[in-house]
Design a protein around this ligand. Structure first.
Ligand SMILES: CC(C)(COP(=O)(O)OP(=O)(O)OC[C@H]1O[C@@H](n2cnc3c(N)ncnc32)[C@H](O)[C@@H]1OP(=O)(O)O)[C@@H](O)C(=O)NCCC(=O)NCCS
Length: 147
């Protein structure tokens, strides 16, 4: 199975904002419309569609340049509910690690999730992230991947 990440340009915006997680997951991640808006205020982060066989199955927003705190952050990440559990999420994070490993100043990728997001926690740890012990926002768990 192959996935590709493509930057969200104007032509992809409506496909992107139509993707959604399930009703039970709405507290885990902001809507993609909100994330696209957020991206415009954060100059280091770039929104990408996660594509499989030409179809957008998910969305990820991550830093393409070092953030002011010295890390590269994955800020938003979701797979549409229709496509979850098929391996796309893991492949997408692996692709981000591959892309950022080409950047010489990228020593650490960071991500956070709300405490009860067990699926995301396991996914990140399976791919080599480890909890930093730090919390942010409303007790969100911070994980780091060391390059
Ligand atoms: C987290 C998320 C992106 C994972 O995407 P995905 O494509 O479903 O993940 P994968 O198919 O690659 O599966 C990764 C692992 O999670 C497991 N998994 C996926 N969905 C699951 C669920 N609902 N419950 C339990 N385990 C689940 C898979 O079985 C797999 O485990 P394995 O590697 O041991 O087989 C997706 O579930 C999602 O969009 N969740 C809501 C938003 C969210 O939590 N975003 C992350 C914010 S930090």
């Amino acid at each position: 199975m192959i996935i590709k990440l493509h930057k969200i340009t104007k032509e992809f915006e409506s496909e992107c904002t139509q993707l959604s997680v399930s009703g039970q997951q709405l507290d885990l991640v902001a809507s993609n419309a909100d994330s696209l808006l957020h991206a415009t205020n954060e100059p280091t982060s770039v929104p990408y569609g996660i594509f499989s066989e030409g179809m957008m199955v998910g969305f990820i927003l991550f830093d393409n340049e070092i953030y002011k705190d010295g890390y590269y952050w994955i800020l938003r990440f979701m797979i549409d509910e229709r496509f979850q559990g098929k391996g796309y999420g893991k492949l997408a994070i692996e692709e981000v690690i591959k892309m950022l490993s080409a950047r010489v100043d990228c020593k650490q990728i960071r991500v956070s999730h709300i405490p009860h997001n067990i699926t995301a926690n396991k996914l990140y740890k399976d791919l080599g992230f480890a909890e930093t012990g730090e919390l942010e926002g409303n007790g969100d768990i911070v994980l780091a991947y060391f390059m």
